[in-house]
Design a protein around this ligand. Sequence first.
Ligand code: TMP
Length: 215
Amino acid sequence: MTGLYVTFEGLDGSGKTTQLERLAAWLRDVGHTVVATREPGGTEVGQLVRDIVLHHRGDIAPRAEALLFAADRAHHIATKVRPALERGEVVLQDRYIDSSVAFQGGGRVLDPGEVRGLSEWATEGLYPELTVLLDLDPAVARGRIDAAQKVFDRIEAEAVEFNQRIRAAYLAMAEAHPERWLVLDATRTPDELQAQLREHVAGLLTSRDGVGGAA
Ligand code: TMP
């Protein structure tokens, strides 16, 4: 039996982490074993990579940045995500391959196909059943981070145009693969978003194995 693999994508400030945590709590309540994880930083090695990519003072060459995210991903998938899926668990993951295509491809203007290929090699081609995009205007996302009075990390400190390219890359991926992507309007209230998510995930669980359909 293989588990259910769901990834969450969006700009910083889109609310994906809150939605993931609420969904994890609900799935546990209805009896599923859930691994809630993230990239970068879902493992000890990944924490070290996260510290470099987000907090290194000074430039990191775009290709080096792409390789660092891919290295985090290779270790994360091999040691944490695949084993959980093989045990039949639900894995909810904050960011995955599509973040690299959007941020390093769209944002840093590397070739998106090459960036994706790097991650496909790193993960031996593992893809989730569902990718949730919390779609948000970059100016609104930036306002939310400002309002939270958070200190910007290396990537959050990028200009609004960088984030506009990322949003466009996400929407293009979602349009190309509607069978994998669920696009949600991140300006909806957290409760409305959670309700949409639960309905969708319950449907996936029911169609997989006839359990987990509680609403
Ligand atoms: P987080 O704050 O959502 O955990 O994400 C960390 C930052 O790293 C965020 O700004 C997005 C960025 N990122 C990439 O640029 N490429 C990637 O492959 C991943 C996973 C994250």
